[in-house]
Design a protein around this ligand. Sequence first.
Ligand SMILES: Nc1ncnc2c1ncn2[C@@H]1O[C@H](COP(=O)(O)OP(=O)(O)OP(=O)(O)O)[C@@H](O)[C@H]1O
Length: 220
Amino acid sequence: MIEATNIYLTYDDNKYIIKKGNFSIKPKEFIFIGGNSGSGKSTLLKSFYGEIPIKHGNLKIAGQEVFGIGGKKLRLLRKNIGIIFQDYKLVNEFTIEENIMIPLKINGYSNEVSKEQANKLLAHVRLSHRAGYYPNELSGGEQQRVAVARALAHNPKIIIADEPTGNLDDYSADLVWNLLKGANEQLGITVVVVTHRVPRNLGIKFRQLSIDDGIIYEVS
Ligand SMILES: Nc1ncnc2c1ncn2[C@@H]1O[C@H](COP(=O)(O)OP(=O)(O)OP(=O)(O)O)[C@@H](O)[C@H]1O
């Protein structure tokens, strides 16, 4: 599902954040990515959804080459991916129902279908009673559950999450881990999560990668 061959990532050409990155993530795997602060975890995730260019090497996501990607191909790439951030990144001017409708509308679904799907997902994350609320009327944990629903809305093949529980208390973090686990187990979605703290008792098989001095390696 994700195949990296000798990828190099940089912001300014003076220093490679990721060097000679080689790894392979199979469909339906659950992957954690660790490493010290500043080691390049978020940078690596950004390369997956075309937010920063691949400087050298090849990166295939769901069969699509990411090197040099832009325009229509980038839109197609993002169709396969749902993204979750530490700080939720919901649109404050939209209700939470409307937030979940965003990826559906972008992908060409009608208002009616988008609304129906958003409400199914709101029920899934147990927030139906908040459909008309705005993000700033919700707790952080609730906002992150909306972000998970939004990431799932367009039936992506891959979920990418950058410290999804970093701002949450243990109770809310558990709810988010369970939603990600369900997406992986029940929907067969490949899940890639950057986290400093791998949850104990996740209850599913997972693999761990780590980044040190720009090098990506497998944690055994
Ligand atoms: N937009 C940017 N422009 C230039 N340099 C950047 C940019 N974003 C990140 N960096 C640098 O790239 C390096 C890796 O940053 P990145 O955010 O990927 O690390 P991280 O492992 O996710 O860190 P953390 O665990 O603290 O979130 C850091 O040295 C950082 O300063």
